[in-house]
Design a binder for this molecule. Structure first.
Ligand code: SF4
Length: 447
């Protein structure tokens, strides 16, 4: 069978970066004459793009691939891609006879040749240029994510990313801007720039992340710009200042705190203290008073005492985050934390997890209630998946707003009055008199 007739099926686990990589892989394979299968049974290559950040994500990916084993009898190849490939390497082929291809994130460029060659093969490790320069149409017609850096050399004690994604590499600004211009022509209006730590974009070169953001804003048609993630250890003042000066930048800072205890932050090798973290929050609020600040917290890190946990709870209350992602510590092989004795039982991790969620529930609700009665510009971003006849917009602080509206308003920035506030979203009504012009050409649509 020629490769023109060969079909692939990709299942993705993990973060936005993996979603982005899978979309790029798909575009690459389509470009090389492969076609997409809707179901694994119809595919010649079943691909799992895996995540190693938590053991549960690994288990789910592995369970999926294992259940595809019987399909190998008819010649289907089973391919394990992504972070697990780099973390466990060629040993995966030795241990699991049903795997045909193991390929890490920095080797995706070679995937068409790897598939073409056939046989059982493993390709893992670092490479100087890990970016796949193939454009892929966005999933949603209005929003797209763009990876600007790959890899990380920060070695937070609990994290596998430095082992799975390798050294920091920054994608050249020219190719990023070219891709965004292409997406804008396709109708995309919202861009999210992704990196493990965007602050380090362009390290060792003339450019930096703030300059990149300013260039993205100058691309016609792009109405909203977001980014994630920024590490508290090295967030530049210049970047914080952009919340004041860049009109189309979402006033949303995702700033992972991880713990409110300096002792635990030091054990985690995070390179900042709670005091430094709080100073950044103050500065961000000086730049834009109502900025949406979200964070990540890990509970049950090895050595986390009740007193450390209490410090984290107090910090959460004092900072008053808009929202939090709370994770129970998961031991990852090869990390410095994996050498430490786990001191917090599963039950206690569960309790601490629940406690923080319940603290955050009331903070998030009261943060959202501050929007009640306000008339705000809202970017009409997508149709509601749950409520027919409604769209979900975003305030400039990146808060979702449920609004009764027809699809003809998608892509507009419109003024809405906020009428209800919930834990995770707002609801509002359109103020028709203030309706703004649809962004339909690259030279219009400032906001
Ligand atoms: S900054 Fe720390 S947590 Fe983030 S990817 Fe790098 S090592 Fe992991």
């Amino acid at each position: 069978m020629s490769k023109q007739n060969k079909r692939f099926y990709i299942k993705t686990y993990g973060c936005q970066m993996n979603d982005y990589d899978s979309a790029k892989l798909e575009a690459l394979l389509l470009k090389h004459g492969y076609s997409r299968a809707e179901e694994p049974e119809d595919a010649d290559y079943i691909i799992a793009n895996t995540c190693s950040v938590r053991k549960s994500a690994e288990d789910r990916a592995f369970a999926f691939l294992s259940t595809q084993k019987p399909l190998r009898k008819k010649g289907t190849k089973i391919c394990l891609l992504g972070c697990m490939a780099n973390l466990y390497g060629p040993d995966l082929l030795k241990k699991h006879r049903f795997l045909d291809i193991v390929c890490g994130p920095n080797n995706y460029k070679d995937l068409p040749e790897i598939l073409e060659k056939g046989g059982r093969q493993s390709f893992t490790g670092d490479c100087a240029d890990p970016f796949l320069e193939v454009f892929h149409p966005p999933d949603s017609s209005l929003s797209a994510c763009i990876t600007v850096t790959k890899g990380c050399e920060n070695f937070c004690s609990y994290c596998v990313v430095p082992f799975t994604r390798g050294k920091l590499a920054s994608r050249p600004p020219e190719t990023i801007l070219k891709e965004i211009e292409w997406l804008s022509e396709k109708g995309v209006r919202e861009i999210t720039l992704l990196g493990q730590n965007v602050n380090e974009y362009g390290r060792g070169t003339e450019t930096d992340f703030s300059s990149l953001l300013e260039k993205v804003q100058s691309i016609g048609g792009i109405t909203r710009i977001g980014f994630t993630t920024s590490h508290p250890k090295d967030i530049p003042e210049k970047l914080i200042g952009l919340f004041k000066t860049m009109p189309r930048l979402y006033k949303h800072l995702h700033l992972p705190m991880q713990s409110g205890s300096d002792r635990i932050l030091a054990l985690m090798n995070r390179k900042y203290t709670l005091e430094k973290y709080m100073r950044i929050v103050d500065k961000a609020r000086e730049a834009f008073q109502d900025i949406n600040i979200t964070s990540d917290i890990i509970v049950g890190y090895p050595g986390e005492k009740k007193s450390d946990f209490d410090e984290t709870c107090r910090a959460i209350e004092k900072i008053s985050f808009d929202d939090l992602f709370v994770f129970k510590y998961s031991n990852r092989p090869g990390t410095p934390a994996s050498m430490m004795k786990e001191t917090v039982s599963s039950d206690e991790k569960e309790n601490r997890h629940k406690t923080i969620l319940s603290i955050q529930d009331s903070i998030s609700l009261s943060r959202n209630e501050r929007y009640l009665g306000k008339k705000l510009p809202v970017f009409m971003r997508s149709a509601s998946g749950k409520k027919k006849g409604f769209l979900v917009g975003r305030t400039i602080t990146n808060k979702p707003v449920l609004i009764k509206s027809g699809g003809e308003n998608l892509g507009l920035v419109m003024t809405a009055e906020i009428t209800k506030a919930f834990r995770r979203y707002l609801a509002g009504v359109l103020c028709d008199v203030n309706r703004q012009e649809k962004v339909s050409s690259p030279s219009r649509g400032q906001n």
